[in-house]
Ligand binder design. Structure first.
Ligand SMILES: [Fe+2]
Ligand SMILES: [Fe+2]
Length: 405
């Protein structure tokens, strides 16, 4: 008779997922006959902590690091669950959805000493068993003693498994990357490439400067993006958002407005044509002729109807993000630009536009002028690209450019 399906569960913030996490997952897979090992990046941690990077980066680093490991899956379950995530809730839901499975929670030995601080820890101990990594000889005896105590006190089912000592720390990696130092030796190659492309840890300062309420809102919007966009477009979107937040700080635009417009700007991009048509038509009150331009108004419609966004400025920035228009507000300019120059964009020669947008260099004394010059240069690049591909330039863009130049 086949025994019950055994699921390994390894949760964490994975900010980023690094070689230490990878070694832990591999050692656990080697030690237990899991049918599946679920890596579970947390959406919003149970306790107030430092601000985590957007879920998209944390999920993607875990996925890239483990995509060739059989039976290892990255689960978006906690990301998709609104509000704070408690491990006990995740466990209860898994057990309810897949009756008869057995869950083994994978962790380092530090878990043994903090378990009694976890929310509803006695229930956790009654619902799952534990796989605890022992790294080298470190705290082996203390861990054994603590495990015996938990077995006695809570009837906890605890197994140990060995793994190589590891000195990798996510904090250290974030600090290195934010200082522009390579952290390649601590990261799987694909993770290192992703982090070097999108540079999420170069935005720590601007993220920490956002007020708590605005940050919570942006965090919740970003988690909802998983239901609308695939991974490539989500990466583009969160990258646009980070750049927009930084530009907003330079140009005195509220962070919440910039972050919201950036996160929602491509919301409609992956909809089937019929829906795109319908939403764009409802928002504009007429049909939009050009298929490439429908996703702006359609996204503004979704932002208003499904995200309850009421700010005209935010909705305009979303609607006009592809073309711009004459008389753009600072927010509209920032979203138009951030969309085109975020670090994931493959075009060369964006550096000058970025410097102008950030009002660096000789034009720094007049930030607005510098932003407009960035916009002009960006339009010229867009027009040249449209010309190369044989596409028409939108009259709105032409008018906007003629006024700015
Ligand atoms: Fe777009
Ligand atoms: Fe975009």
């Amino acid at each position: 008779m086949r025994s019950a399906t055994l699921i390994g569960l390894l949760g964490g913030s994975f900010d980023p997922f690094h070689n230490g996490h990878l070694a832990l997952a591999k050692a656990a897979v080697g030690a237990f006959s899991f049918d599946k090992l679920l890596l579970m990046p947390v959406g919003l941690p149970p306790h107030k902590s430092r601000r985590l990077s957007f879920s998209t980066f944390r999920v993607e680093t875990a996925r890239l690091a483990t995509e060739n490991l059989p039976r290892v899956w990255v689960s978006e379950r906690e990301i998709l669950t609104p509000g704070r995530n408690y491990t006990v809730d995740t466990i209860e839901k898994l057990l309810k959805e897949y009756p008869g499975i057995k869950i083994k929670l994978i962790s380092g030995s530090d878990f043994l000493f903090t378990a009694e601080e976890w929310y509803r820890y006695e229930e956790i101990m009654s619902l799952v068993s534990f796989a605890i990594a022992l790294r080298g000889n470190a705290d082996k005896e203390a861990s054994q003693r603590q495990a015996d105590y938990m077995r006695r006190e809570y009837k906890a089912e605890i197994d140990f498994f060995p793994m190589q000592p590891s000195n990798v720390s996510a904090t250290q990696i974030r600090e290195m990357l934010s200082a522009g130092t390579s952290a390649a030796e601590y990261l799987p190659e694909k993770v290192d490439n992703l982090l070097n492309t999108y540079r999420p840890y170069s935005y720590t300062k601007v993220i920490d400067s956002i007020d708590e309420d605005s940050w919570q809102k942006l965090n919740a919007y970003e988690r909802r993006l998983f239901s609308y966009l695939g991974r490539e477009r989500r990466l583009h979107t969160v990258s646009t958002c980070l750049l927009a937040l930084e530009l907003a700080a330079v140009h005195n635009v509220p962070a919440l407005a910039a972050g919201t417009a950036a996160l929602l700007h491509d919301l409609a991009k992956e909809l089937p044509d019929a829906e795109l048509d319908a939403y764009s038509g409802k928002y504009l009150g007429r049909a939009e002729g050009s298929p490439a331009l429908r996703h702006g108004p359609a996204a503004a419609y979704l932002a208003r109807e499904q995200f309850a966004i009421s700010s005209e400025d935010v909705l305009n920035a979303i609607q006009y993000h592809t073309t711009g228009r004459p008389g753009m507000s600072s927010l509209e300019k920032i979203i138009f630009l951030a969309d085109k120059i975020e670090y994931g964009r493959p075009f060369k020669d964006l550096d000058l536009i970025r410097r102008l947008a950030f009002a660096e260099g000789p034009a720094a004394c007049d930030k607005e002028l510098s932003l407009d010059r960035a916009l002009c240069l960006c339009y010229e690049e867009v027009f040249a690209a449209l010309d190369r591909s044989g596409h028409e330039i939108c009259p709105l863009s032409k008018d906007a450019y003629n006024i700015l130049k």
